[in-house]
Write a protein that binds this ligand. Structure first.
Ligand code: NI
Length: 666
C-alpha cells in the first residue's frame, strides 16, 4: 500500500491493531492460524485449503462492537482432503484458538486449488489418447501447447457423477509468450478426475484446422505504434481528498469499508453518507455474488462452456496486482488482499484494490443569461479491482458521486474464447473473426448483491412503472402519464424483469423515515445494460444459474445466503441459491432485505474483438430518491483553480484561491 499524502498504511499487523473492526478481512497471520488449527483438527498430510475467509459477524454483533462491545474474529474454512476427496467446512474461533465446527460435506465440489490445476495439466500432457488427437490435427510441439482447465458443469453423464471433474481444452503456441488463445485446437477435450488424478476420457470430434496466425497483441508485435499523443498528466499537488484508516475509507460525505474476499473479490461494507452531521446508512454490504458466462454454440468442443468465474474459480484469488500509471492514473492508494494458498500459507495479493479520485465532467450547471453561469465540476471516488480468469479480464468498479449517487460498473476485456473453424460456412452460433478462428456467441451475467440498509431499519422494495393514464375528464388531452408503484410483498413476487417500455426501476424505501415533502426516504436502483438468459429452460446452465433468468431478485436477509447459485455451483445439478432461498416465500415489506441485481451482456462477437477486445462497460446505478430534502450537492464549491472563463462569466464564490485569475492561471 502506498503511504503518501496522509493516506494511512492499510495492512500489516500494526494497522490492523490500530483500526481493528469486526468486518476487516482476515490478516495473513489470521489465515495461517486458522489453517494450523484445522490441521490439528484434521491431521491429514493431504489436507488442502480452498478458502479461508472471514466469517462475517452478525449485524447485531457489529452493532454491539460499535457500542463498545468485544470484537469477534472467526474464520470460515473450506478444505478438501486430497487423500480421499472428502470436503470439509470449518468454523474457527481465532481468539479462542478453537475449531468450533468441522463438518464433512458429501456431494459438493468446491472450486479447484492451484495444485489441482497443475495436476490436471500434468496428467493431460501424459495421456497418449490426447497426444494422438493433437498429432492428428498437426500439432507436434506438445510442450508448448497451452491447456486451459474448464469447470465441468453437470450434463447428467453417469460416468462423471460423484467425481471431481475438469475439462481441459488446448491451444497451439509457437512461443512461450504467444497469445495463448490465437490457435485453438478444436474438438479435443480431456476429461480429468481431480481426485483420481487421471484422464477418464478424451473427446475427439468436430476437428477443424488449427489456425495458423499467431494474432499477437503486444506492442513489440505491431508494425508501427502511434506517436501523435502528447502527455496528459493528472496532478493533485496537495494529495487526494480521501482518507484510509485500515479498511475504512472516508471521502467528502462518503463512508465505507473496502476489502477483498477470496471468492467474491471486491466487497464494500457499511456504505453511508453523512448528511448535516448524521451518518445515514445506505447498504450494509455490496459486491459481486456470482457470475456466469454461458456459451451458445452446441458443438462438442463448446457446449459445456459455462464458467461461474466467482463460485467455480474464485475471483478474489484471481485478482491482479495493479500498477500506478497503467491500471490507475493519478494519486492512487492501494489496498492489498490476503488469500490462503492450498497449503494454508497466506498469499498477499499486492495492490489488489485501487482507490482514487477522478474528475468526471460536469455535476450540474445552469446559465441564467449571458455571463451568469453556475457550474460545478463532478469529482468521483473510484474503488476498483481487476481479475483475470483464463482468457477474460474483468474490472469491478464502484463510483461514488458528490450528489450521493453510486454507480456499479463491470468492465470486460481480454480475449474472446475462440473456436477453430474451417473455411466454409459456419453455424449462426459463432462469428468469424480471422482465418479459421470464430468467436462463439455468449453472455456474461454478473449478480450484484446489495444488502440494503436505506437509512437503517426495515426497507421495502417497490417496482416503479410509468404508464399513460386513461383518457377522460381528468385527461382530456390524452397527454397524462404517471408512475405506478407496486410493492414487492414477498419472495414469491420477487423475481423481476426489466421493462424498457415502462422505464421500470426499483425503489428501496424506508417506510419509517419521511423527507421534507412527507414521503418515505428511498434510494432507486436504476438498471443499465442487461439482457435475458438465452439458454433454454432445460439447459444445464439455466438450471444451475437460475439467477440469470431474471434481472432482480429480492430476499429477506439471512446471514448464510450469499451465493445466488449456491455455495458450491461446481458440477451442481441446480436448485441451490436463489431458487431455494425464495422458495420459503418470506415477507419482504419493512424488513432487512437483500437485492440481487443481474447485469447481463450479450456478446455477439465482432472482428474488432480479436485478437483482444477493448473494454466493454455495463452496470447499474443507485440514486437517492427523496432520500434528501433537496439536491445534496448545492454546497459543492465552484471550480477554483485554472478556470479559463472570460472575466465576469463565472459567478464564483471564491474562497481565497489566489490562483483563480481569469484566463491567466497558466
Ligand atoms: Ni464476451
Amino acid at each position: 500500500m502506498a503511504t503518501e499524502h496522509g493516506v494511512h498504511a492499510a495492512h500489516g499487523s500494526a494497522a490492523i491493531a490500530n483500526h481493528a473492526h469486526p468486518l476487516d478481512p482476515l490478516s495473513a497471520p489470521e489465515v495461517e492460524r486458522a489453517a494450523a488449527l484445522c490441521r490439528q483438527r484434521h491431521p491429514s498430510e493431504q489436507l488442502r485449503f480452498v478458502t479461508i475467509a472471514l466469517e462475517e459477524p452478525a449485524k447485531a454483533a457489529v452493532a454491539a462492537f460499535r457500542a463498545g462491545g468485544p470484537i469477534e474474529r472467526r474464520a470460515a474454512v473450506v478444505a478438501i482432503d486430497r487423500a480421499d476427496g472428502r470436503v470439509f467446512e470449518g468454523r474457527v474461533d481465532l481468539a479462542a484458538g478453537a475449531v468450533e465446527a468441522w463438518t464433512h460435506r458429501p456431494g459438493v465440489q468446491p472450486y479447484p486449488i492451484l495444485e489441482e490445476f497443475a495436476d490436471a495439466d500434468r496428467v493431460i500432457r501424459a495421456d497418449a489418447r490426447w497426444q494422438a488427437a493433437l498429432r492428428r490435427r498437426g500439432v507436434t510441439d506438445l510442450d508448448r501447447v497451452q491447456i486451459d482447465p474448464w469447470p465441468a458443469g453437470n450434463f447428467g453423464d453417469p460416468a462423471e457423477e460423484g467425481r471431481r471433474i475438469l475439462r481441459g481444452i488446448a491451444y497451439a503456441r509457437d512461443a512461450d509468450d504467444a497469445n495463448g488463445y490465437a490457435r485453438p485446437i478444436e474438438g479435443v477435450v480431456a476429461v480429468v478426475d481431480l481426485n483420481a488424478r487421471e484422464v477418464i476420457r478424451v473427446v475427439d470430434e468436430g476437428a477443424a484446422p488449427v489456425p495458423a496466425a499467431d494474432a499477437r497483441y503486444d506492442a513489440a508485435a505491431q508494425p508501427r505504434l502511434r506517436d501523435d499523443l502528447r502527455p496528459l498528466e493528472i496532478a493533485q499537488p496537495e494529495g487526494p481528498s480521501f482518507v484510509i484508516e485500515g479498511h475504512r475509507v472516508r471521502w467528502q460525505r462518503w463512508r465505507m469499508r473496502v476489502s477483498l474476499h477470496p471468492r467474491e473479490g471486491l466487497v464494500l461494507h457499511e456504505v453511508a453518507y453523512e448528511d448535516r452531521g448524521r451518518v445515514r446508512p445506505i447498504a450494509h454490504r455490496m459486491g459481486l455474488s456470482e457470475m456466469v458466462v454461458p456459451y451458445g454454440d452446441p458443438s462438442p468442443g463448446q457446449y459445456f462452456k459455462n464458467a461461474f468465474d466467482s463460485g467455480e474459480l474464485g475471483l478474489g484469488r484471481s485478482t491482479n496486482a495493479l500498477t500506478r500509471g497503467c491500471d490507475c492514473l493519478g494519486e492512487i492508494a492501494y489496498l492489498d488482499g490476503v488469500v490462503a494458498g492450498g497449503d494454508g500459507a497466506a498469499r498477499v495479493l499486492p495492490n489488489a484494490i485501487c482507490i482514487h479520485e477522478e474528475d468526471f465532467n460536469i455535476l450540474w450547471k445552469h446559465t441564467r443569461a449571458a455571463g451568469q453561469t453556475e457550474v460545478r465540476r463532478s469529482r468521483r471516488l473510484v474503488v476498483s479491482s481487476w481479475a483475470t480468469v483464463g482468457n477474460y479480464d474483468y474490472g469491478f468498479y464502484w463510483y461514488f458521486y458528490e450528489d450521493a449517487s453510486i454507480e456499479c460498473e463491470v468492465r470486460l476485456t481480454g480475449i474472446i474464447q475462440p473456436m477453430a473453424v474451417g473455411d466454409g460456412p459456419i453455424p449462426p452460433t459463432a462469428h468469424r473473426v480471422a482465418r479459421n478462428v470464430a468467436g462463439p456467441i455468449h453472455q456474461h451475467f454478473f449478480c450484484m448483491r446489495v444488502d440494503a440498509d436505506v437509512d437503517g431499519g426495515g426497507n421495502t422494495v417497490y417496482e416503479v412503472d410509468t404508464h399513460p393514464l386513461p383518457p377522460g375528464p381528468d385527461n382530456p388531452h390524452h397527454n397524462a402519464f404517471a408512475p405506478a408503484l407496486t410493492p414487492i410483498r414477498s419472495e414469491a413476487e420477487s423475481a423481476r424483469t426489466v421493462n424498457a417500455a415502462t422505464g421500470r426501476h426499483w425503489r428501496i424505501v424506508n417506510p419509517s423515515r419521511l423527507n421534507a415533502v412527507g414521503e418515505p426516504v428511498a434510494y432507486a436502483l436504476l438498471p443499465g445494460e442487461t439482457v435475458a438468459m438465452m439458454a433454454g429452460e432445460e439447459a444445464a446452465v439455466a438450471r444451475r444459474a437460475t439467477f440469470a433468468r431474471r434481472q432482480l431478485w429480492v430476499t429477506q436477509h439471512a446471514p448464510d445466503e450469499l451465493y445466488p447459485a449456491g455455495t458450491y455451483p461446481s458440477m451442481s445439478k441446480g436448485g441451490d441459491g436463489l431458487p431455494a432461498f425464495t422458495a420459503a416465500n418470506r415477507p419482504l415489506e419493512d424488513r432487512d432485505i437483500v437485492l440481487w441485481y443481474v447485469i447481463g451482456v450479450n456478446h455477439i462477437v465482432r472482428p474488432e474483438d480479436f485478437p483482444i477486445t477493448s473494454v466493454h462497460r455495463a452496470g447499474f446505478a443507485l440514486k437517492p430518491w427523496g432520500f434528501f430534502d433537496a439536491n445534496p450537492a448545492l454546497d459543492v464549491a465552484p471550480p477554483a483553480a485554472a478556470c479559463d472563463c472570460p472575466p465576469g462569466e463565472c459567478v464564483h464564490g471564491h474562497d481565497g484561491h489566489e490562483g483563480h485569475a481569469h484566463g491567466a492561471a497558466r
